[in-house]
Every structure is written in structure tokens, then in C-alpha cells.
Design a protein around this ligand. Structure first.
Ligand code: ARG
Length: 263
């Protein structure tokens, strides 16, 4: 995670961002701290990367890379405003014992790359390129399923899909998603691969309710996503709501603020 010390909205690279509207950095830090404390309380081992001045989006660490088995595939950002974050995260990975693979192709890390059981779901359409999906498959030697996002509100895959079961060896790992985020072919792919998926309303997804972190039982979600919360409870999960309204002004939620370090 990265403390939002320099958080603000000074440019617009997604429809959530309105640079003309004020942001409150102190409030962002306060809400982020609640998320941090929630993770620590659940027993997660949370590491921090130093925030860099001039990189207000660095709090969204999910975009900093993608890691399985200690191998970190670096990020290459679509917009110049965020591109210095790529090397900053790669340095952190190297300093913390991860093997770093420098990306050739544009990809925004776990924002668009989700590990669901042994399979990788990879998003394209707004940020990460489909060529990065091939690069990923080559690095990890795993099945990579490309999904095309079509709704600008859901510009990263982690705004449209929630991974409910995080274990790599779980062949039955399930997801929740909002169908409206995807083109027809991707919707059909998801229906085939995940017939038991939780289908989330546009209302809940529209406040980035799907942008969540699960340990397989406890799922940290947006507090306002009350429909999704109920759906999760019905399936035997334990949803925990956190309010990140200030960070939503940059277009990010719980998952965006979190990068999973899979050793
Ligand atoms: N303002 C950031 C951007 O547009 C938000 C990133 C949200 N991160 C995510 N994983 N969805 O890049």
C-alpha cells in the first residue's frame, strides 16, 4: 500500500476525476488508514512503498505491477502522468526480494490483471493492451483469458470483477462481476467460465463496489455497496465495508489501493 500523502486530482484520465473539484488530502489519509488498519486486523502482512511527490495516483498501488511466485511483472502506464510510477514500483520489488520482469507492453498491473485460481483474467479496452496479455502468458506459462472492457466507468478490470476466492490452487475459485462492463464476447466467456458467479448491479458496481479484497471469507468492500454486501453474505462470505469516498474522487477503491505480494 502507499499512504496518500500527495493525493489530489490534478488531471483527468478517467471519468471519475474532476480536477476542478477540491480534494481533501487529510481525509484521504484518514480513510486510507482505516483500510490499512482493517487489513492488519484481518491478519494481512502489509508493506508500504514511499509516496512520491508529483504522483498523486500512487496510492492506487494495484497498478504498480503483478506478482505470482515472487516474480513481479512491472507496469507500463498508458498515460504519461503516471508513467514514473512504473520504475518506482520495480525498484521497490527488487529491493524487497522479488524478481523483476521489465514490461515491454503497456499494462497497468493488477488493475487489469486478476489471478482467479490458476487462471489469469486480463482486461483491455482502456489501459492495458492485448499484447501485454501475450507477454503475461509467456512470463508465467499460465492460461490468460483476455476480456474487453467497454464502459468508461469501468476502465480497469478490477472495477468490473471481484475475485472472491484468492487461492492459486483453487480450481473452483469464483468471481463477482458487472456484465455491463464487457463486450458481448467477453460476457459469454465469463458466463461459460463462471456459471456460479455473483452478478452485481450497476448501482453497486457504479460506486466501485466490486473493487474489493478477499481472503476467501472476509471481503473488504465499499461501505455503500449494500446490495453486493447482501449477496456476499448469502453466499457465506463476511463482507466488511470501508468508506473510501475521498479516494473514489480519483476513480479508485479498496482493491485499487492494494497490490497483492504473492511470494
Ligand atoms: N486515477 C487512477 C487512474 O486513473 C485510478 C486508478 C485506480 N486503480 C485501479 N486499480 N482501478 O489511473
Amino acid at each position: 500500500m502507499c499512504r496518500p500523502e500527495h493525493f489530489t486530482v490534478s488531471y483527468r484520465i478517467n471519468p471519475w476525476m474532476h480536477p476542478q473539484d477540491p480534494t481533501n488530502t487529510a481525509k484521504a489519509i484518514e480513510q486510507w488508514t482505516t483500510l490499512y488498519d482493517t487489513f492488519v486486523g484481518l491478519g494481512h502482512d502489509v508493506h508500504l512503498i514511499d509516496p512520491l511527490e508529483g504522483l498523486p495516483d500512487m496510492v492506487y498501488t494495484a497498478n504498480g505491477g503483478f506478482i505470482i511466485g515472487g516474480i513481479a511483472y512491472g507496469a507500463r502506464f498508458a498515460y504519461p502522468q503516471r508513467s514514473p510510477e512504473g520504475p518506482a514500483f520495480m525498484h521497490w520489488f527488487a529491493d524487497n526480494g522479488f524478481e523483476v520482469v521489465e514490461p515491454e507492453r503497456v499494462n497497468e498491473g493488477e488493475g487489469d490483471i486478476l489471478l482467479v485460481g490458476p487462471r489469469i483474467l486480463a482486461g483491455t479496452g482502456f489501459r492495458s493492451t492485448v499484447e501485454s496479455h501475450a507477454e503475461l502468458a509467456g512470463i508465467y506459462g499460465r492460461e490468460v483469458v483476455s476480456l474487453t472492457l467497454v464502459d468508461p466507468r469501468f476502465y480497469h478490470l478490477d472495477t468490473a470483477i471481484s475475485v472472491l476466492d484468492p487461492l492459486e490452487d483453487d480450481e473452483n475459485a469464483n468471481i463477482a462481476y458487472v456484465p455491463a462492463a464487457f463486450d458481448d464476447a467477453s460476457r459469454r466467456t465469463l458466463e461459460t467460465l463462471y456459471p456460479d458467479a455473483i452478478i452485481v448491479s450497476e448501482e453497486d458496481a457504479g460506486i466501485l463496489g466490486l473493487n474489493s479484497i478477499s481472503d476467501g471469507y472476509n471481503i473488504v468492500i465499499a461501505k455503500r455497496a449494500v446490495g453486493f454486501e447482501k449477496q456476499l453474505r448469502e453466499r457465506g462470505y463476511n463482507p466488511i465495508g470501508v468508506d473510501l469516498s475521498e479516494l473514489l474522487l480519483g476513480g479508485g477503491g479498496v482493491k485499487c489501493c492494494t497490490l497483492e505480494l504473492r511470494r
